[in-house]
Design a protein around this ligand. Structure first.
Ligand SMILES: [Zn+2]
Length: 274
């Protein structure tokens, strides 16, 4: 079994504010160790349950957060930015299943640490086929395009609830209870990492027994709609071929499949660079 562990940083054990996940801050350097330890917990749980090949995709910021020298040697690390498939780079290599570690809720969520969708300065809302989505839903839909289900997620209680609503049967490890955007009651990392090991092991065991979540299959064609934070950002994205300006800050485009929709989503966000 080949497993992809896609890791973000906002939902890592103990994280509650931007300085802890932003390069250049002293706190960030502390939390890179904790992020790597959360990933190692997932690797340990997966290996214990029978995963033979494990790739870790570092999906936060510039993709250079996980400390490779501290990574469990049973895993390989995809590092850096901007890889074509971003947070789930490696999914195109014939992965059987996926684990999300350190995820966060979509933009506009209540009681959700560092809630945002892709870019907190650009994206005010994202819809696929008229349904509001965050990174969990978007990335799991891309995994589904390649036939791989997402088996497990770690983060705060709000991202775990959003994942459970979108992916029936997903296992969740709630490592903190968010009480606002910038506060949470956090498990001590040794405790949360034990929880991650157990949850991943359970999810992978079920998968190998033929149970657990199915791959997410988004209906095609796929309509991607983005509401930007400013009308100037929407001006940029509206230049995309086939784009419809639904209102001042909202742009919509339709694509033949989820892979094209995903790549186009990233292009649209980049066009909103103003
Ligand atoms: Zn992130």
């Amino acid at each position: 079994m080949k497993l992809l562990i896609a890791v973000d940083m906002e939902g890592i054990s103990g994280v509650v504010n931007w300085s802890q996940v932003t390069p250049g801050h002293a706190e960030y350097e502390r939390f890179r160790h904790i992020m790597t330890a959360d990933v190692n917990a997932a690797v340990a749980g997966a290996a214990q349950a029978g995963a033979e090949e494990i790739i870790v995709a570092d999906g936060h910021w510039d993709g250079c957060n996980v400390l490779i020298e501290e990574l469990d040697p049973r895993a390989r690390l995809h590092s850096g930015n901007a890889a074509p498939l971003a947070m789930t780079q490696g999914i195109e290599t014939g992965v059987d299943a996926v684990i999300f570690i350190g995820y966060h809720a979509r933009v506009g969520s209540e009681a959700a640490n560092l809630d945002h969708t892709w870019s907190s300065v650009r994206v005010a809302n994202l819809w696929l086929n008229d349904r509001i989505m965050g990174e969990t839903e978007l990335n799991s839909s891309l995994c589904g395009h390649f036939g791989a289900p997402v088996l497990m997620i770690s983060g705060d209680q709000t991202v775990c609830a959003q994942a459970a609503e979108w992916i029936p049967g997903i296992e969740t490890a709630v490592v903190k209870r968010a009480t606002s955007r910038y506060s949470a009651e956090c498990l001590q990392p040794q405790v949360s990492q034990k929880l991650i090991i157990e949850t991943v092991a359970s999810a992978v065991t079920k998968f190998l027994a033929g149970k657990g979540p199915a791959p997410i299959k988004v209906e095609v064609p796929v309509k991607v709609a983005i509401e930007f934070n400013t009308s100037a950002q929407a001006d940029g994205a509206a230049l995309f071929p086939g784009a419809k300006r639904l209102r001042g800050r909202k742009v919509e485009v339709q694509f033949e499949d989820m892979l094209t929709a995903f790549k186009a989503f990233r292009s649209l966000v980049n066009l909103g660079d103003r």
